[in-house]
Design a protein around this ligand. Structure first.
Ligand SMILES: [Zn+2]
Length: 215
């Protein structure tokens, strides 16, 4: 598997206002992003590592997990990370109709609004699902899908040493949005090793920007 799949190259051709696959390429910032949390053990550990190295990131949380672990979500917001919407219950979007997909996203927005007082949040769909009707919804609602261009494959490797070795071997470029997960221990362990090296090299780590409609 290549780390820049063709699907992402095609998505990269769509306007930034509908699908975002990377951040600004000029500068030193990389955009770490974490899906599927918050997790009661792994997310706080990851937040500690990010804080220790002055790194900001984006957390695409599952609404029902946010309801279960509100203190962790508050920490994500207080520590300057982007709080993103990864649907309410993380169902397989390919098996839902568009109305049900939108209902999942809007229900998660309502849960997250209690934490950051925004009625809308950046969205990353479960499994990165994209369809034409869903893109139509994004365009009509002036929302954009927060995709990624660098897949850490942390969910495939299952151990931090392999994830960290791969990230060292194929380092993310300026502007890359890096996909990782915080429902397991890999991301925190790999980043505890990599962030000191990357910070030393002058890299910075930023949260994604809100959409104009995310008021
Ligand atoms: Zn997910």
């Amino acid at each position: 598997m290549t780390f820049r799949p063709k699907k992402h190259q095609i998505l990269g051709l769509l306007p930034r206002s509908v699908v975002q696959t990377h951040g600004p390429r000029r500068g030193t910032a990389r955009f770490l992003s974490f899906d599927d949390g918050p997790h009661p053990e792994h997310t706080p550990r990851l937040l500690d590592v990010l804080a220790q190295h002055g790194a900001r990131a984006s957390f695409f949380v599952v609404g029902r997990h946010a309801e279960q672990h509100p203190a962790i979500v508050r920490r994500i917001v207080e520590e300057g990370h982007l709080l993103g919407n990864h649907s309410y219950s993380h169902q397989h979007f390919g098996r839902l109709g568009t109305d049900d997909q939108v209902a999942e996203l809007e229900r998660a927005d309502q849960v997250l609004a209690a934490f950051d007082r925004r009625s809308r949040h950046r969205i990353r769909t479960p499994q990165g699902h994209v369809s034409l009707p869903l893109l139509g919804y994004f365009a009509g609602a002036r929302r954009s899908l927060a995709y990624w261009c660098y897949d850490s494959l942390d969910y495939q490797h299952g151990d931090a040493a392999s994830v960290s070795a791969r990230l060292r071997h194929l380092p993310p470029a300026p502007g890359d949005i890096v996909l990782m997960h915080d429902d397991g221990p890999c991301a925190a362990a790999a980043l505890a090793e990599l962030l000191p090296i990357w910070r030393e090299a002058g890299w910075t780590f930023a949260a994604l920007e809100q959409d104009a409609s995310c008021a």
